[in-house]
Design a protein around this ligand. Structure first.
Ligand SMILES: NC(=O)C1=CN([C@@H]2O[C@H](COP(=O)(O)OP(=O)(O)OC[C@H]3O[C@@H](n4cnc5c(N)ncnc54)[C@H](OP(=O)(O)O)[C@@H]3O)[C@@H](O)[C@H]2O)C=CC1
Ligand SMILES: CC(=O)[C@@H](O)[C@H](O)COP(=O)(O)O
Ligand SMILES: [Mn+2]
Length: 379
């Protein structure tokens, strides 16, 4: 029986993780659940999965639900609450599925507590990849990718030697606006941007997919997860999202991982690795798919992807700043304060002004995150 805790249990990845847990009730037990503000859904999850410990985003929300929790369930709140769910109790495994760099301290706390991590929260690695990977090595825990592209690469690399890798390629759907020119992006709405062609996901990552920031974050995530230089990480447009990513080896062989777009598959693999269990995901029929198509990435069409990769190559706090500016810009777009194209402009402006620090400590990372957020809000 594996005891798991989920940070962000009420979100897209969190609820699908609980779907996987529900499919294998004799193999998984839920120790802790951390939500943001969706207390109605959290209470439903508590009744169904019977965690011993829960957390919500604020003390006020905790006060709202205190009397509705079964006796004995420990209740926490705020950032400290996330850390409690990540590192307290007796879970063996923590799924990090909160959105944004708010997940950093709790992920580090879970690793410090010796827990294996199922990582969906890519912003954590983008913000402080050097700290997270160093701590993973020091504590000897497993860091298993949930992000579909990284799960694909992880599966393709199973049993292979690092020296044999020529390159890895992350596939990109192109997002909601893949058929629009930059000129046509001027007047797009939040509703348009939230219509992802292939995946049903949380709002922030759906916008990131439309700006191609998501692929930029994923390149940086891949750099840390697979310990590869940026020169060996490629991006390719693949509108069908059937090939989730692939690896080319030095003998010119390519190994790819394919499947219908369904996050329950990589989530389950991260939970059951190295085993593979039955999944209800719809089987892929290549005959029915008929044709898979590919296009070279157009960096002029997607300047935020170019900027993200430049930040990755610069290193230090450049990626921290990129991520913080993006989180603020996307939140402002979702609140309809700025236009879609303004997201990219804010990224350019913030990075143009950011004094990069090399080898930042956790405190320096957090300071950078705060400063950049304030700047991005003011622009
Ligand atoms: N969705 C997907 O298919 C994929 C997502 N990812 C990554 O997974 C992560 C989660 O994405 P997704 O599930 O789509 O996002 P959602 O917005 O759907 O969910 C985010 C979760 O985080 C919780 N949360 C937000 N702020 C806080 C906070 N301050 N304290 C505690 N909990 C908080 C939310 O709680 P509440 O709703 O209760 O407020 C919710 O449970 C992101 O990093 C994303 O990039 C990666 C690959 C695919
Ligand atoms: C499901 C998943 O992993 C997302 O990160 C997905 O990849 C988004 O799709 P695109 O960024 O390719 O549009
Ligand atoms: Mn992805």
């Amino acid at each position: 029986m594996k005891k798991i805790s989920i940070l962000g249990s009420t979100g897209s990845i969190g609820t699908q993780t609980l779907d996987v847990v529900a499919m294998h009730p004799d193999s998984f037990e839920v120790d802790g659940l951390a939500a943001g503000s969706n207390t109605a859904l959290l209470l439903e999850q508590v009744r169904r999965f019977k965690p011993r410990r829960v957390s919500v985003a604020s003390k006020e929300l905790a006060d709202d639900i205190r009397t509705q929790l079964p006796a004995g369930v420990e209740l926490y709140s705020g950032d400290e609450g996330l850390v409690q769910i990540a590192a307290g109790g007796d879970a063996d495994y923590v799924v990090t599925a909160v959105m944004g760099s708010v997940g950093l301290r709790s992920t580090l706390a879970a690793i410090e507590a010796g827990r294996d991590i199922g990582l969906a929260n890519k912003e954590t690695l983008v913000t402080a990849g050097h700290l997270v990977t160093e701590q993973v090595r020091r504590k000897g825990v497993k860091l298993l990718p949930i992000d579909s592209e990284h799960s694909a690469i992880f599966q393709c690399l199973n049993g292979e030697s690092r020296e044999d890798i020529a390159s890895i390629t992350l596939t990109a759907s192109g997002g909601s606006f893949r058929d629009l020119t930059r000129e046509q992006l001027r007047n797009v709405t939040v509703e348009d941007a939230l219509r992802h062609p292939n995946w049903a996901m949380g709002a922030k990552i759906t916008i990131d997919s439309a700006t191609m920031v998501n692929k930029g974050l994923e390149v940086i995530e891949a750099h840390w997860l697979f310990d590869l230089p940026y020169e060996q990480i490629e991006v390719l447009l693949h509108p069908e999202s059937i090939i989730h990513s692939f690896v080319e080896f030095r003998d010119s062989s390519i190994i790819a991982q394919l499947g219908n777009p369904d996050m329950r598959v990589p989530i389950q693999y991260a939970l059951t690795y190295p085993e593979r269990w039955h999944s209800p995901a719809q089987r892929l029929s290549l005959a029915q798919a008929g044709r898979l198509t590919f296009r070279e990435m157009d960096f002029a069409r997607y300047p935020a992807l170019k900027l993200a990769i430049e930040c990755g190559k610069t290193g230090g706090t450049a990626t921290t700043a990129f991520n913080a500016a993006n989180e603020v810009a996307v939140a402002r777009f979702l609140r309809r304060e700025i236009s879609f194209l303004r997201i990219e402009e804010i990224l350019e402006e913030v990075l143009g002004r950011h004094p990069v620090q090399s080898h930042p400590s956790l405190e320096q990372i957090e300071e950078c995150d705060r400063t950049v957020r304030a700047l991005a809000k003011s622009l």
